[in-house]
Every structure is written in structure tokens, then in C-alpha cells.
Design a protein around this ligand. Structure first.
Ligand SMILES: Cc1ncc(COP(=O)(O)O)c(C=O)c1O
Length: 402
């Protein structure tokens, strides 16, 4: 069956930044308000695309660049007109976004759809994998990749086996040692949210054979050139590195995954003849369109479409190269200051996240200093996480490591 369109924080308090120096009024920039960014621009302040002069927090949220911001605002305006055909026009954007997602991931178009978040996609997979069987879950992954599996286990069928990865490394060796004959799936983060450690998808595929390889790709997709189609499921929310804004994620499933996933959380929008309201149960769609509960938010989809269009135009490889070069610079500068890196120094083992360990009292002092400098990063007890994008200015990296 061909793909049909769907009809259509976890973290510490936001670091505060200074607009033009410590003496000025401060504004929280973590969840950058679109209107605030626009206000900065109209005031003639030379803000970069990120809406902040020293933004190193893409692992938390990627402020939408102007093209995405404008597409989002236009979509809101269009929806407000209520003009004939507008609702269909907005919902149709799902198809265009999924077409690009298929090309960027290398998955068949029938295996690609959109979901509201990374978590939503992972819950669909966990509840679509009927037991009996075991799933290997890295214990220290971001919890969005843990709870879906625990909840599915509570419901019966699947059994969770935890894999210990305190350093954020779901290594092929650890996975190989933890596999059991009845392990049916292994889930990993493409890039670890804390250490920035990048998974080795080819090696993982090699050790797990034809078990399902499920990848939470939110910290890597769009900035890390990986052979995504070696996975069976790739889910990536658009709100971080893709800079799409909140509320939309890409979801790609291999033919093997589609074969094995049932209609666990499929809602009315994921079934055949969904617009026929005849009080009977319709079969779930055979393609990835079944990974849906209801219609998606077309405003969020518009943001994702705009950012995927931009990514395809620039090229994943080019973006990944620029991100790696900026991360190299950051690593080099941090090492020269004697920092204790939590992230691997070798470029092939990381993407855009570079974290350093910092114990008290240095942690508090450094965090305070970054705030004074207007550097936006994520500070959690014991470590600081910087994240660079392709267009992060070298001056920002220099300032953050000064
Ligand atoms: C690795 C990882 N997965 C998932 C999430 C959450 O994604 P979502 O909000 O799209 O469910 C985060 C961070 O918020 C993350 O770092």
C-alpha cells in the first residue's frame, strides 16, 4: 500500500544571558520566543541566525533560523484566514516533509512518516512490538528512550534488559555481551545527550544481526553524517539540531520493522479508509502511516518541512563537516585550558555536543561566568554541555572557553 498522508524538559532552569553586557537587563533565551527574536532584529541588533550572540545549546533547543521562523509565522497567519482549502493545504505539507525525510534517511518512502515527538515515535515502536521477546535498553540514555520500553514491559509481552553505559557508550562489545537468544530489539541513541558520544551504527548492526535496531536520533540527525538506513527505526524530533521548532519529528522504519510492528498505538488516523466513519474497526495501514494516533499539527510540520528543505539544499555531509570542524575547535580550546572532557576527543566518536566535567566549586563559578558573558549552554550538576552548529561563530567558541 502506498504511503498516505495523515489526514490531514527535563532539564535545569534556562541559563540566563545578557543582551549586550552584564549591566543590561537579562533575558532568558533558552526557549527563544519567536517574537522576542523578531524584536531584537527590528531593534537593529546584529543577532546571528540563532537569535542569540553566543548560543551553544542546540542539544537542548535549536532556535529556528529566519527561513524556518518565517515559514512558521506564515503558517499561523494562513491558518487564521479560514479560507477554503487552507486546512488541506496545511495538512498536505506532511507529504512534502516525509518525502524529504525519506531521501535524507535513505529509507523507502513507505517506511517514513511524521510523529509529534521523538518520544511519541519510540512509544509507537515499544507498543507495536508484541512479545514475547526482550529488548536491550541503555540504562543511561536520555529517559525518552527508556520509559516507552518500561511502559510496554508493564503492559506485558516485552521484557526490558538494561545495558550499563554510564559513559554514554552503547558499544558493540557491550551490546554483543548483553544479547540473549530471545532479544528482539536493541535501542540506542545516535549521539548521547550528556557525553556527546556517537554510536557506531554499522558495528551495532553487525553484532545484532536481524534484530531490530531502534535509533533515537534527535541528538545527531542533521548534524552527523551517519548511515541511518542501517537502522530499523530512526526517530528524530525537529526542535534541536534541525531547528524546526517544537512539535514534529521524523520517523523512518525499515521493511523488517514494518513487518514486526503491530498496531499497538494506532489511532483513527492510521487506518485504512480513515475518512469513512462507519462504526467498524478498520485495519491499520500497512505502511508507516499506521504510526499515528491523530492528525499532526500542521504548524509544527511546516517548521519541519522548512528545516528539512534547508538541510537537503545544503547537504547533510556539508553540515556535518562544519559541525565537526566547530566541535574540533571547541575540543582543542577546552583541552588547552586543561578541561576534563566528558566527550571523546576523536571526531569520529562525537557530533555537535562537547561536554566537560566540572566539580564544585568550579562548576558554580564557571556557570556564573558563562551567564555573565552571555553564553547559553546547558549546565547540570557536575558537568557543562556545549553544543555547536554549522554556523556557530569561532568568536563564540573562543568566548566560551576564555
Ligand atoms: C537523546 C534524547 N532523546 C529524546 C529527547 C526528547 O525528545 P522529545 O521531546 O522529542 O520526545 C531528548 C531531549 O529532550 C534527548 O536528548
Amino acid at each position: 500500500m502506498s504511503q498516505q498522508p495523515n489526514p490531514a524538559t527535563h532539564s535545569n532552569p534556562a541559563p540566563r544571558t545578557t543582551r549586550s553586557g552584564p549591566a543590561h537587563q537579562q533575558a532568558a533565551l533558552s526557549e527563544t520566543a519567536l517574537s522576542e527574536t523578531a524584536a531584537f532584529e527590528t531593534a537593529g541588533t546584529p543577532w546571528s541566525n540563532t537569535g542569540s550572540p553566543h548560543y551553544l545549546d542546540f542539544a537542548r533547543f535549536g532556535p529556528p533560523p529566519p527561513a524556518v521562523r518565517d515559514a512558521l509565522l506564515d503558517a499561523v497567519r494562513l491558518s487564521a484566514t479560514g479560507a477554503p482549502g487552507v486546512v488541506d493545504e496545511l495538512h498536505d505539507r506532511e507529504n512534502a516533509a516525509a518525502d524529504i525525510a525519506a531521501r535524507l534517511t535513505g529509507f523507502d518512502r513507505a517506511g517514513v512518516t511524521l510523529v509529534p515527538s521523538t518520544s511519541a515515535g519510540l512509544f509507537h515502536v515499544a507498543f507495536g512490538l508484541d512479545g514475547p521477546g526482550r529488548v536491550l535498553v541503555p540504562r543511561h540514555d536520555f529517559p525518552a528512550n527508556v520509559y516507552p520500553w518500561l511502559r510496554a514491559q508493564e503492559r506485558g509481552g516485552l521484557t526490558v534488559d538494561f545495558l550499563d553505559n554510564p559513559d554514554g557508550h552503547t558499544s558493540p562489545e557491550r551490546v554483543a555481551a548483553a544479547l540473549r537468544p530471545d532479544t528482539v530489539a536493541v535501542t540506542v541513541s545516535a549521539v548521547d545527550y550528556r557525553t556527546g558520544r556517537r554510536a557506531d551504527l554499522p558495528a551495532l548492526r553487525e553484532v545484532i544481526g536481524d534484530r531490530l535496531l531502534v535509533v533515537d536520533a534527535i541528538q545527531g540527525f542533521g548534524v552527523s553524517d551517519q548511515p541511518w538506513n542501517l537502522a530499523d527505526v530512526v526517530v528524530a524530533g525537529g526542535q534541536k539540531w534541525l531547528r524546526s521548532g517544537w512539535g514534529a519529528a521524523l520517523f523512518a522504519a525499515s521493511p523488517r520493522a514494518l513487518d514486526r510492528l503491530s498496531d499497538g498505538l494506532t489511532g483513527w488516523s492510521g487506518v485504512e479508509d480513515r475518512a469513512v466513519f462507519d462504526a467498524t474497526e478498520h485495519p491499520a495501514l500497512a505502511d508507516a502511516g499506521r504510526v499515528t494516533m491523530t492528525m499532526l499539527n500542521p504548524l509544527a510540520i511546516t517548521g519541519l518541512l522548512a528545516s528539512l528543505t534547508e538541510l537537503e539544499r545544503t547537504g547533510q555531509h556539508a553540515v556535518a563537516e562544519a559541525v565537526t570542524a566547530n566541535a574540533d575547535l571547541l575540543v582543542e580550546r577546552l583541552l588547552s585550558t586543561g578541561a576534563d572532557l566528558l566527550t571523546p576527543a576523536e571526531p569520529q566518536h562525537r557530533a555537535g555536543i562537547v561536554s566537560v566535567r566540572l566539580a564544585e566549586p568550579r562548576w558554580t563559578a564557571v556557570t556564573e561566568r558563562l551567564r555573565e558573558l552571555g553564553v547559553v549552554a546547558t549546565a547540570r550538576p557536575g558537568y557543562l554541555r556545549f553544543s555547536v552548529h554549522s554556523d556557530t561563530p569561532a568568536g563564540t567558541i573562543a568566548l566560551a572557553t576564555s
